[in-house]
Structures are given as C-alpha cells and as structure tokens.
Design a protein around this ligand. Structure first.
Ligand SMILES: *[C@@H]1O[C@H](CO)[C@@H](O)[C@H](O)[C@H]1NC(C)=O
Ligand SMILES: *[C@@H]1O[C@H](CO)[C@@H](O)[C@H](O)[C@H]1NC(C)=O
Ligand SMILES: *[C@@H]1O[C@H](CO)[C@@H](O)[C@H](O)[C@H]1NC(C)=O
Length: 395
C-alpha cells in the first residue's frame, strides 16, 4: 500500500517537473497537440494549435517538430507574436502529391517579427507530380506552391534547414525586412520546371550566406522591390544561376538597388550572373542600380555574365519594344572559370535606356573543351574595363 502511494507520488512529481520544464523553456511540442508522425495523417491543425499557443505566450518561445515524417497540407503561421519565435523542424514535412494541390504557397509565415526557423529536417515538396503536369502542358505557368514563404516578416533567420523537390519555388520572401538565410540546403533536379531556390521580392535587407542550391530554375531570383541584398559563399548548380529579374514586365514594379554577390561558385548552370528585363514599354522607367559581383568562380557555365534586356519568352511582347528598365552602376570583379558557350560576357542593354557605368575588372574565362574561342558582346552599354580581360573586353 505504502509502495503504491509512493509510486503515485513519484508519478505526480515527475508530472509536475515535466509541466514546469515545458513552461520554463516555453517549448511547444507539436506532439502534445495531436501531431502524428506517420507520413499519412494530416497535421496542419496540430501544428497551428502549437503555433498559436507559442505565439500568444510571453518571452521567447519554441515550436518543436521532432523527428519523424509529417504529412502536411497548406499551412499559414500568422503573427504577430509576442517574443522571438523559434520554429525547430527536426522532422521531415511532406506535401501532398496530388497535382490538384495547386495553391501558391505550402508553408507560410506572415506578419511575424523576430522569427527563427531551423532544424535537421527537410521540407519535401514532392514536386515530381507537378513537374510532369507542367512538362505535358507547356502553358502551365503555375500556381505551383512555393514550399516556404515569408510574407511581411521582420528580423527573420532561417538556418540549417533543407528543402527538396519543391513543386514551385523552394523559398520566397515578400515584404520582409532584415532576413537571413545561412547553411540552408536546397535541391531539386536540374530539369524540374519553376523550382527557384530563393526568390526575393519587395524586401529590404536580405542576406544569403553559405547556402547550397541545386535546382531546375534560378538558384536565387531577385525581383521587384529588392534592396540591400547580400549573397556570399553560395554554391549554385545545377540551376539557372544568380539572377536579377525578370524585371519590367508590368507597371507598378519597384526599383532594385544595392545588391552584392561575393565569393560564390556556379557549376553546370545555364547562367552565371544574370540581369534580365522584358522588352516592354512601361509608363515610367524602372531602375536597377548599384550591383557588385566579386570573386566568383564559374565551372562549365553556359552564360557566365549576361545582361539580357531583350527578354521576351513565347512572343508575349513585341521584340521591337526596348526595355524600360534602366540599369546602372554595376561592377563585375574577379570572375574566373570556364564557359560552355562562346559569348562569355554578354551585355545586351536597352536601346532606349542604355546601361550606364558598367565596369568589368579582372575577368578570366576560358572555353570548355569543344566550345570555340570565347568573345564578349556589348550593345547599348556605357562603362569601362580594367585589369586582365580574357576574352578581351568590348567595353
Ligand atoms: C530571445 O531571443 C533572442 C534571439 O535569439 C535573443 O537575442 C534574446 O536575448 C532572447 N531573450 C531572452 C529574454 O531570452
Ligand atoms: C570563399 O569561399 C571559399 C569556398 O568556396 C571559402 O573557403 C572561403 O572561406 C570564402 N572566403 C570568404 C572571405 O568568405
Ligand atoms: C559606378 O558604379 C560603381 C558601382 O559599381 C559606383 O561605386 C561608382 O560610384 C559609380 N560611378 C559613378 C560615376 O556613378
């Protein structure tokens, strides 16, 4: 009898200790909210309940998704929250395979200030069904979901997370301030359509450092309204390179300013460093200015350096319209490696708004086996070249 009472007391103590511990650490484990890590049961309700309790608590809080495989449909984690919110994703999250799952976002964080997302797990977008659909129907121009989006997040830090086989893009920021990605791993097959790695839009203060990206579209795409972006120690390949644009398709886009890309490697990509704008008229010109590209290695890259202001896929614009995007103050410095096409540096600017102050300093590109002698192409571009130029510069 005494033993039984003692045992019951012990249980009670353990129980109290545990509940104290969760309180003290402000830890909100999705398993305590009914999540099931069997890879089949849908978990968005459990995840949202854990998020809501964490978000409404004072101080720094952690939402924990422990190891295991969690099937998850669309989910939106809305702020504002009170303190810093840590989301630790140690489990693998898997998206529906059904191609009719065609929202524009899979997992989103919105209106959150002070957010950290990390973990050993991966986001598995299960993209192959969507890619097949898209490859069959060339007009698909999807709404295929981006695996993880940050909308109006201020002070966001995303680290040590992996994303594989997204249906649409892997990550996107929109309307964010001060957001940083480090040690993130992104992968999808080189021929998977529309799988941008990280897309930056209307955001100010974005850092992408030590990120490894292999995918089927742009490794990084910097579009309308991006300002103060730093990209360093990024490995890209396969993929379509590190791109600014496309810009200037529609009225209402915002300028892109102050982008630094440093110490990056591109391997087996269709483009290296690209700035791309539509051959279209806008009611008022858009500016793309102050870009610095420095210390970049190209391995087997099709268009190592390319400014393409004549972008007009699928005859959706008249190619005679010169682009209304004004590109200025762009410097390429210390770019070396191998090119897979003859035009190593291709600067095709707008006839109406020529590129201004483009500098190329120390370029050393050589042809891959089987590619003829390399050259440069310049049209409608003002600027200068310095240092070694291999192939010789057209500026
Ligand atoms: C909350 O987390 C942030 C970011 O990690 C940290 O700087 C801050 O010191 C933490 N605050 C408390 C009270 O622990
Ligand atoms: C540049 O990148 C290489 C790896 O590609 C790394 O070892 C080196 O530390 C980086 N340098 C800086 C200044 O970040
Ligand atoms: C030319 O562009 C560079 C950045 O690439 C900038 O530092 C410099 O001030 C610009 N020069 C002029 C004359 O605007």
């Amino acid at each position: 009898m005494a033993a039984k009472v003692l045992f019951a007391l012990c249980l009670l103590l353990v129980f109290i200790a545990e509940s104290q511990a969760t309180k003290v650490n402000n830890l909100f484990n999705v398993m305590n909210y009914g999540a099931t890590a069997d890879g089949k049961t849908e978990n968005s309700a459990a995840f949202l309940k854990a998020w809501r309790d964490a978000c409404n608590s004072n101080g720094n809080v952690t939402v924990m998704i422990p190891r295991g495989t969690y099937f998850l449909k669309q989910i939106v984690f809305n702020g504002p929250c009170r303190g810093w919110t840590n989301v630790i994703i140690d489990g693998d999250l898997i998206a529906p395979t059904d191609p009719s799952f065609a929202t524009d976002k899979w997992i989103s964080f919105r209106y959150v200030k002070n957010l950290i997302v990390s973990g050993q797990g991966k986001l598995d977008g299960q993209g192959s069904s969507a890619w097949e659909d898209c490859n069959k129907n060339h007009n698909c121009r999807p709404s295929f979901p981006i695996s993880m989006t940050f909308d109006y997040v201020t002070n966001g830090y995303i680290h040590h997370l992996s994303s594989i086989n997204s249906k649409g893009g892997h990550f996107k920021t929109y309307g964010c301030e001060n957001i940083r990605f480090t040690n993130v791993k992104i992968s999808a097959p080189g021929d998977s359509p529309n799988t941008d790695g990280i897309k930056i839009s209307n955001s100010n203060g974005v850092a992408i450092e030590r990120v490894n990206i292999g995918t089927g579209d742009d490794c990084i795409a910097i579009i309308s309204g991006s300002k103060n972006v730093l990209i360093s120690n990024v490995f890209c390949g396969p993929g379509h390179g590190i791109s600014v644009g496309s810009l200037g398709r529609d009225d209402g886009e915002e300028n892109v300013e102050n982008i630094k890309v440093r110490n990056c490697t591109l391997s087996d990509t269709t483009n290296g460093l690209r700035i791309k704008s539509w051959a279209r008229t806008l009611s008022k010109p858009l500016k793309a200015s102050n870009f610095v590209y420095e210390d970049i290695v190209m391995n087997n890259v099709y268009n190592p350096i390319i400014i393409d202001q004549e972008y007009c896929p699928g005859g959706t614009c008249s190619n005679k319209d010169p682009s209304h995007v004004e590109i200025s103050d762009v410097s390429f410095k210390n770019i070396r490696g191998s090119s897979n096409t003859q035009v190593a540096v291709n600067l095709k600017c707008s006839a109406k708004f020529p590129c201004k102050n483009i500098t190329v300093n120390t370029i050393d590109l050589w042809q891959n086996r089987g590619v003829g002698k390399l050259s440069n192409l310049c049209s409608n571009v003002n600027g200068a070249s310095y240092g070694k130029q291999n192939p010789s510069s057209c500026l």
